[in-house]
Design a binder for this molecule. Structure first.
Ligand code: ADP
Length: 449
C-alpha cells in the first residue's frame, strides 16, 4: 500500500497499489475457476472440451486482471505525469477523459485546479515583481539590500546613480567594499551630510530588515532631502528678500529724489558756504542709494525666477557662443558632439554665463585655463566647466545667497544658477577637481524622452 501522507510509512510496505490490485483481481476469480473446474470434472466432457474451457476461462481471467492492472497503472502514471509537469512549471497541461463524478475524475479536477492556482500565483508574482521593479526604478530613493554575509543582492537605479556605478558592477560586493558597512550599524533614521562626495547632498538614512528564502536580509535606504530642504530654505529667504526690498525701496526712493532735489536747489542758490562739499555729499547719497536699489533688484531676481519656457536647444552652438562672450580669458569647448536638450534658452544661457564667469574670475589670478565638456549618461546630459584657479573656498556656503569672496561680488550667481538647474529638473554641483588644482562645476540636465 502507498505510504501515509507526509511521507512517513505507516507500516512495512510489501506490495505497491497496482500489484495489490492485480493480486486481488486474480484472487477474486480463483474461487469461480475452482468451482467451474469441479463442475466440469463431474460432467462427461471430452478431453478437448475440458482443455478449451480451461484455456478460455484462464485467458479471460488473466486478461481481465491484466486490464485492471493496466488501468490502475495508467491512471497513476497520468497523475504522476501531470504533477511532474506542474513541478516543472508547466501549468498549461490538463487531465481529462475520466468519467464525470468518478474518483479519477476527482483526482484530475484537483490536479487541474492546483495547476490553475499555481498559474495564478505565478502571474501574480510576475506582476508584483514587475510593479516592484518599476517602482524601484521610478523612485528617487536609493535602496541597497544586503544578505546575511553583508553582500549586496539588490541596488535600484537611484542607488547606482548615488555610487556612480552600474548594478552589474555592484552586486556581490561586500558592504565594506562599498563603504556602506558603517551605515548597517549606525543609528537610523538620521541625516547624513554628503556621505558619497559633494554631489550626494544631504541624505536621510533609514534601515529595515526582510527575509528572502527564509534568510534575514538588511535594507539600507537613502533619501535625498537636499532639494526639499533647499526649497524650504529658498522660500524662507525669498520671503525675507521680498519684505526687505519693499521696506528699503520705500525709504530709498525718497532719499534719492530728495538728495537730487536739494542738489539742484543748492546749485541754483549762489554763495552757499561749503557748496561743493554739500554737492559731493548729496551726490554720494544719490549714487549709493541708486546702487543699493540695483543691488536689491538683483536679489529680487532670485525671488521671482519665472517658470522656464522650455524649447529645443542645441548645446554645441550655445556653449560656443558663451565661450566667445568671455573676453578676459580663452574658454575651450572640448566636446564635439552636439546634444539636443529642452530648456529655457535665456535661463540656461544665464546659468552658463554665471558659471563660466566664476571660472574665469578664479583663473585670472593664476593665468590658468577654463574648459567646457559634456557627455550623455542614463537619460541626462552632464556638462562640466573646469578651471585651473585656486579651487573652492568653503563648499558648504557656495549656494547660500549673499555668499561671496569677491570684493564686488553679489553672491547670487550660484544660488540663481542652481535654482535654474532645478527648475529644469536637473542639478548643479561644484567641487574641487580631484586630480589637480581648480574647480569643477557639474550641471546635469534631463535629455528629452
Ligand atoms: P559671486 O560671483 O558674486 O561671488 P556666486 O554665487 O557666483 O557669487 O559665487 C559665490 C562664491 O563661490 C564666489 O564668491 C567664489 O568664492 C566661489 N566660487 C564660485 N565659482 C568658483 C570657482 N570656479 N573657483 C573658485 N571659487 C568659486
Amino acid at each position: 500500500m502507498p505510504a501515509a501522507r507526509g511521507g512517513r510509512p505507516r507500516g512495512r510496505v510489501y506490495w505497491s497499489l497496482e500489484q495489490a490490485v492485480l493480486a486481488l483481481a486474480l484472487l477474486g476469480g480463483f474461487p469461480a475457476a475452482i468451482a467451474l473446474a469441479w463442475i466440469a470434472a463431474g460432467q462427461n466432457y471430452s478431453f478437448e472440451v475440458r482443455w478449451t474451457l480451461a484455456a478460455v476461462v484462464l485467458a479471460v481471467w488473466i486478461g481481465c486482471a491484466a486490464a485492471a492492472y493496466h488501468m490502475i497503472t495508467h491512471v497513476l502514471y497520468l497523475a504522476a505525469n501531470l504533477l511532474g509537469a506542474l513541478h516543472e512549471g508547466d501549468y498549461s497541461i490538463r487531465g481529462t477523459g475520466a468519467k464525470p463524478g468518478s474518483a479519477v475524475d476527482l483526482v484530475m479536477k484537483e490536479i487541474n485546479s492546483l495547476g490553475d492556482t499555481l498559474q495564478r500565483q505565478r502571474s501574480e508574482a510576475v506582476e508584483s515583481t514587475a510593479l516592484l521593479t518599476s517602482v524601484m526604478g521610478a523612485i528617487d530613493v536609493a535602496v541597497f539590500a544586503f544578505d546575511m554575509n553583508e553582500q549586496l543582492v539588490l541596488a535600484n537605479p537611484a542607488a547606482e546613480r548615488l555610487l556612480g556605478r552600474p548594478s552589474a558592477e555592484l552586486l556581490g560586493l561586500s558592504a565594506r567594499e562599498l563603504r556602506l558597512d558603517r551605515y548597517l550599524t549606525a543609528d537610523a533614521p538620521r541625516l547624513i551630510d554628503r556621505p558619497f562626495g559633494p554631489g550626494s547632498g544631504r541624505l536621510e538614512l533609514r534601515r529595515s530588515t526582510f527575509r528572502r528564502d527564509g534568510k534575514p536580509h538588511r535594507l539600507l535606504v537613502f533619501a535625498d532631502l537636499s532639494r526639499a530642504l533647499r526649497e524650504e530654505e529658498q522660500q524662507a529667504w525669498q520671503r525675507i528678500v521680498r519684505v526687505l526690498s519693499h521696506e528699503i525701496n520705500n525709504s530709498l526712493t525718497p532719499i534719492k529724489s530728495i538728495a537730487h532735489s536739494i542738489k539742484r536747489m543748492i546749485s541754483r542758490v549762489p554763495d552757499v558756504p561749503r557748496a561743493s562739499e554739500i554737492q559731493d555729499g548729496l551726490m554720494l547719497i544719490e549714487s549709493r542709494s541708486g546702487a543699493l536699489g540695483r543691488f536689491l533688484r538683483a536679489y529680487a531676481q532670485l525671488a521671482r525666477l519665472p517658470r522656464p519656457q522650455q524649447q529645443s536647444i542645441r548645446l554645441l552652438p550655445l556653449a560656443r557662443r558663451i565661450a566667445e562672450l568671455e573676453n578676459r580669458a580663452p574658454v575651450d569647448v572640448r566636446a564635439h558632439e552636439d546634444v539636443q536638450i529642452n530648456a529655457d534658452p535665456d535661463q540656461l544661457e544665464q546659468l552658463l554665463i554665471n558659471i563660466v564667469r566664476n571660472a574665469v574670475d578664479a583663473t585670472i589670478e593664476t593665468s590658468g585655463r577654463v574648459w567646457m565638456d559634456w557627455r550623455q549618461t542614463d537619460g541626462y546630459v552632464e556638462l562640466t566647466i573646469e578651471d585651473e584657479g585656486p579651487g573652492l573656498p568653503d563648499t558648504s556656503n557656495l549656494f547660500v545667497p549673499f555668499f561671496t569672496t569677491k570684493p564686488t561680488g553679489s553672491g547670487i550667481g550660484l544660488a540663481l544658477s542652481r535654482q535654474i538647474a532645478e527648475a529644469h529638473g536637473g542639478t548643479l554641483a561644484l567641487e574641487n577637481r580631484p586630480d589637480a588644482r581648480g574647480c569643477r562645476a557639474t550641471l546635469r540636465l534631463p535629455l528629452p524622452v
